[in-house]
Design a protein around this ligand. Structure first.
Ligand code: UD1
Length: 436
């Protein structure tokens, strides 16, 4: 397993182009099943989760070719309607394939995605919506099966604006008989991107980005080409890294409008943010100030995915910041690791109280989930001395060229594998320049 060796306190400076959005490309890849034809998707980041989705598409019988950041999918030869546990467990969000396979073939059997590092993560809202649309649902031996010769348009009211359930409804209702009206839909930018993709292949969907999405079912779809939006969480993570290490960076190809709730927090804590339609300049010159409580909530509220990286930045602020995590019950697994680096954080259920300290010190820490792992990297970039971050398989799920981008900005971060480390027999040597 690989680890990052990070020497902290190097100011970040320079510009990088932000990757395509993981949370957009995943539902879009699932939706390519619908048109029984070709889809050309641009701006697809190279990530472990994207590879897992491509593996599922290939397993189902689709032809998949990647050339750089463009993926060509031909779903005309799709021949299976099941996803086995071995593929489902690689990525929890593969539940998004459920609606797509069902709509295309009339039947779908997927292994229950089960819990994950963030908590229980039930799929009841997905299943209830599909059942309302006429699917017959059975759960047995760790599998979920759905069957419906053709789904029917329905009125669906989500009890919570679940991102995944909204996507599953949009995808499965695209070719349903009649109109589906989805109330209390998630409003994330990735939902709007999915609408753009589906409409580009002939769907008739409106309202994405508002709480009511209307899907007029169509009989057939055609080939399409689409460019995935920029990843707002990756952008936020680079800001958090800069807030930890200090410095000034320019993010290109980003959409600052998609993460105002987070840049507002950074501005209130003393950072400077200048934005254009597709760029953001960020400067953190000195000590951050604590801010009023940060409460995670569905978009356009403060994103749960930004909680850990922003917490890392505020560990060195002046004063006390309270975090309240309202989306996932188990999303403070980075906290003990940050404490081992000298942070002062107390958690009580969904609340974390961060009392700023003047400095963090190096430590050997381990990522327990994707965004928590990114937070540890950010913290290490601002800590005195050499830190080791392990558990990179989590970070690889969501960040493309992470260490490379950070080095481009002047960070001292190197990826090495355990063999190299054990060869050093415990003697701490500087990572070689070419270790990646
Ligand atoms: C998506 C994002 C993830 C982000 C999350 C919240 C992708 C691939 N992942 O995940 O990065 O953190 O949105 O913004 O886009 N819930 C239920 N029943 C359901 C579905 C969800 O109770 O059927 C609960 C979940 O347990 C969780 C909350 O609703 O507590 C939010 O989940 P949801 O919005 O569905 O998140 P995901 O789509 O899984």
């Amino acid at each position: 397993m690989d680890t990052y060796i990070i020497n902290g306190r190097h100011k970040l400076d320079g510009s990088i182009r932000v990757q395509g959005a993981k949370n957009s490309v995943l539902p879009i890849l699932a939706a390519t099943i619908l048109n029984a034809g070709t889809s050309i998707i641009h701006n697809c980041p190279e990530l472990r989760d994207v590879e897992a989705a491509l593996k599922i598409l290939r397993y189902l019988g689709c032809s998949v070719i990647r050339q750089g950041d463009t993926i060509y999918i031909d779903s005309s030869q799709l021949c299976k309607c099941t996803i086995p546990h071995s593929l489902m467990r690689e990525m929890r969000s593969s539940v998004i394939f459920l609606g797509a396979i069902l709509a295309r073939t009339g039947e779908a059997v997927v292994a229950h995605p089960g819990g994950c590092e963030l908590g229980a993560r039930p799929i009841d809202l997905h299943l209830k919506a599909l059942s309302t649309m006429g699917a017959e649902i059975k759960e047995y031996a760790g599998n979920v099966s759905c069957a419906a010769a053709r789904l029917r348009g329905s009125i669906i009211d989500l009890s919570f604006p679940s991102v995944g359930a909204t996507e599953n409804v949009m995808i499965s209702a695209t070719t349903a008989l009649g109109t589906t009206v989805l109330h209390n839909a998630a409003r994330e930018p990735e939902i709007y991107d999915l609408q753009c993709f589906l409409n580009s292949m002939g769907a008739k969907i409106s309202g994405a980005g508002t709480p009511v999405v209307t899907i007029d079912g169509v009989h057939s779809l055609h080939n399409t080409e689409h460019e995935v939006i920029s990843d707002r969480i990756a952008s936020i993570t680079y800001l958090a890294c800069t807030a930890c290490a200090g410095g000034e960076i320019l993010l290109e190809g980003t959409i600052p409008d998609h993460y105002r709730s987070v840049t507002d927090v950074f501005c209130r804590s003393g950072c400077t943010v200048t934005t254009g339609k597709d760029y953001l300049r960020f400067r953190c010159g000195g000590e951050l100030k604590a801010v009023s409580p940060i409460v995670t909530s569905p978009y356009p509220g403060f994103p749960t995915d930004a909680q850990a990286p922003v917490m890392a930045a505020l560990t060195k602020s002046k004063g006390i910041t309270v975090f309240i995590e309202n989306i996932f019950e188990n999303r403070y697994r980075h906290v003990p690791e940050l404490i081992s680096m000298g942070a002062n954080i107390r958690t009580e259920g969904r609340t974390a109280i961060v009392t700023g300290v003047s400095a963090l010190h190096s430590a050997s820490v381990s990522a327990a989930d994707l965004r928590g792992g990114a937070a540890l990297v950010a913290a290490a970039l601002g800590a005195e001395g050499e830190s080791i971050v392990s558990g990179l398989s989590h970070i690889d799920r969501g960040y493309e060229h992470f260490d490379e981008n950070l080095r481009k900005l002047g960070a001292s971060i190197y990826r090495i594998n355990d063999t190299y480390r054990s060869e050093q027999n415990g003697t701490k040597e500087k990572a070689p320049q070419n270790a990646q």
